[in-house]
Design a protein around this ligand. Structure first.
Ligand code: 13P
Ligand code: SF4
Length: 366
């Protein structure tokens, strides 16, 4: 599928020799003011500070999806990654346009499951058991996978409502197929009382998913092999080191971290959960945070009365989120001003129908 809407999307980028970083920010402010309520800027918590400063609303995936569904502006400029902008397009009104400032801002985890692989796996899995399987997809996936779950009576979840959505699925079927993030699936199912032995990992790169028909028949939960390379960077050794250096430090991580890291940590939850927990903690408290570095650094700036560090000594940066630069945001703003918007995300109507069914189910459950 060609992700570019029109030729404007290929316009040359604004270079540094044309505009300095300061000039970019100045022009962004000026155009933002000029365009007024013609546009709303949504920004995910992992965006860089300069981008967040232009966001009318910041949030986690669920909050931003809810926000997109409420807006009336002609344009929604989505500072986040591709699947988030697609979701916003599906939930927005037909006359609204959703713009992603950099079309290459994808999600490496979302790319770990495609429709052909899911269709093939579904066939394989159904051939191994007669019991009812409910497909659940993490919102970090393409619209085609959302369409799949909608068409097969499944639902979508985010990291902040995964427990509720999975519980709904367990109440409505015998088994679950969860994709693309094995970690969120495993961590949440374990919290809901499903033992690890009842979960298997399906790897589409291996013959028959790397599992036998017998294993599929006996599994309560089939987890897709996908993962987030940013969150997979956190390790139990890092948790042990933090606890050794200062046992009073609370370790809080995102549920995209591995099972072992989540078990070793003191708390886990979505980006909004992490922000609210740290925000409401007493002054002087100490935190080691296992999530994307832009958010961790922002937390440290926002709450200087608390000691906030990254769980990892390495810079766990989401390189695709970081692709949204002020310069590219300016190009989006300029294009709206000229009335020739670039980087418009538009999901096909026939894909939207079932995807919306699954999204609306998620919003109702959570
Ligand atoms: P949240 O829904 O917690 O913001 O997570 C989105 C995401 O992509 C985390 O890597
Ligand atoms: Fe995707 Fe991971 Fe980046 Fe989140 S942090 S957008 S899951 S690659």
């Amino acid at each position: 599928m060609n992700i570019y809407e029109n030729d404007q999307d290929h316009l040359p980028k604004i270079t540094e020799s044309e505009l300095s970083d300061e000039q970019v920010l100045e022009e962004l402010q000026a155009i933002r003011k000029e365009l007024g309520d013609k546009l709303v800027v949504l920004g995910h918590h992992y965006q860089q500070d300069d981008i967040v400063s232009f966001a009318d609303h910041t949030g986690d995936s669920l909050q931003l999806a809810r926000e997109a569904a409420k807006l009336d502006s002609e344009y929604i400029v989505f500072c986040g990654v591709h699947f988030m902008a697609e979701t916003a397009d599906m939930l927005s009104k037909p006359n609204q346009k959703v713009i992603l400032p950099d079309m290459n801002a994808g999600c490496t985890m979302a790319d770990m499951a495609n429709r052909v692989e899911i269709d093939r796996a579904w066939k394989n899995i159904q051939a191994s058991t007669d019991e009812k399987i409910i497909p659940i997809t993490y919102i970090n996936c393409s619209a085609l996978l959302k369409d799949f779950v909608g068409a097969n009576d499944g639902a979508i979840c985010t990291s902040s409502n995964a427990k509720k959505v999975i519980q709904w699925a367990l109440d409505n079927g015998e088994r679950l197929l969860f994709f693309p993030d094995q970690h969120l699936g495993r961590n949440t199912c374990f919290d809901l009382g499903i033992p690890l032995e009842d979960m298997i990992v399906y790897n589409p790169n291996l013959k028959h998913g790397g599992v036998t028909p017998e294993q599929i028949k006996n599994a309560k939960v089939i987890l897709w092999y996908g993962y987030c390379s940013v969150h997979q960077g956190f390790t139990t050794a890092q948790v042990e080191q933090i606890k050794k250096d200062d046992p009073d430090t609370t370790v809080i991580v995102h549920p995209e971290c591995s099972f072992e890291v989540v078990q070793a940590a003191d708390m886990d939850g979505s980006t909004s959960f992490i922000i609210n927990t740290v925000k409401n903690a007493p002054a002087g408290s100490k935190w080691a945070v296992g999530t994307e570095i832009n958010l961790v650094n922002r937390l440290a700036q926002m709450f200087p009365d608390k000691k906030i560090t990254s769980l990892s000594p390495y810079q766990c940066l989401c390189a695709t989120m970081y692709r949204v630069r002020p310069r590219w945001l300016l190009e989006s703003f300029r294009s709206i001003k000229r009335g020739e918007p670039i980087n418009v995300i538009s999901v096909d109507e026939d894909v939207k129908k079932n995807s919306l069914k699954a999204l609306e189910r998620m919003l109702k459950i959570s």
